[in-house]
Design a protein around this ligand. Structure first.
Ligand SMILES: *Cc1c(COP(=O)(O)O)cnc(C)c1O
Length: 236
């Protein structure tokens, strides 16, 4: 018998396929990142049993406790704001960081990877909406970072990430996703860099994000169920 998790996953995969059909994209170009923050190893195992292999976390502390208790074949991506004093742990735990929101953080990741002889794929988080409550580089600051990054040997900037403002109507977020894609196209040309990944779209807006070019959709509640309110993200 199918688990409830599997049923939810299949529904999501169907919705992703349908969004791809609407805009003539290959569903194989859209990956699901299962965001397990606030959910324990049991729930992660359930995700793994349903065939998901990449898990997202937004806090180092939580990831450090959880990852050793989860199936060893899983890959882990960091999606939350990362403090520079946690970078050394982060580069050991994660195989990709979606949330690089400053030049100094990028440099710190580069140094930490240099020390252990690894290279970290990262996305630059862009604050497309300009909301002061959001992390991410202002669009105007990104080309400079992309150009400077050519001197860093142990980070590989593979794409861009954004978190749009929360809205009730998911259509309202479309311009933010579209804008990120357009910025990506512009910067790829201008900075001679390949930015193939667009990490955008969460539980309530992933179909719109897929229609606008997302390659990573970061799904928490639509997969795992609602998180406890008081520990909700946004507090670091
Ligand atoms: C929590 C979180 C998600 C997943 O949120 P849902 O709405 O539960 O899908 C995605 N991205 C980031 C950066 C998050 O912190």
């Amino acid at each position: 018998m199918q688990s409830a998790f599997q049923e939810r996953l299949e529904q999501i995969q169907r919705r992703v396929r349908e969004a791809c059909v609407r805009v003539d994209r290959d569903p194989g170009d859209v990956s699901i990142l299962a965001v397990a923050k606030m959910f324990g190893p049991e729930r992660v195992r359930e995700a793994a049993e349903s065939g998901l292999t990449v898990i997202g976390e937004s806090r180092i502390q939580e990831a450090m406790q959880k990852i050793p208790l989860c199936p060893g074949h899983l890959k882990w991506h960091m999606i939350g704001h990362l403090q520079r004093n946690k970078v050394r742990e982060a580069v050991q735990l994660f195989c990709m960081i979606h949330s690089v929101d400053s030049w100094r953080l990028l440099q710190a990741i580069n140094s930490a990877c240099e020390a252990i002889g690894s290279v970290m794929p990262v996305c630059i988080e862009v604050n497309v909406s300009g909301e002061s409550s959001k992390f991410g580089l202002a669009p105007d600051d990104v080309p400079g970072v992309l150009e400077q990054s050519s001197s860093l040997t142990n980070v590989d900037i593979v794409g861009l990430m954004t978190i749009p403002p929360f809205t009730k109507d998911t259509e309202d977020v479309r311009p933010f996703f579209r804008h990120l894609r357009e910025l990506r196209d512009e910067w790829q040309n201008r900075c001679d860099i390949c930015l193939r990944e667009l990490s955008m779209g969460m539980s309530n807006d992933f179909e719109v994000a897929v229609e606008e070019g997302a390659t990573w959709i970061r799904l928490g509640s639509v997969l795992f169920g609602e998180r406890q309110r008081q520990a909700e993200d946004g507090r670091g």
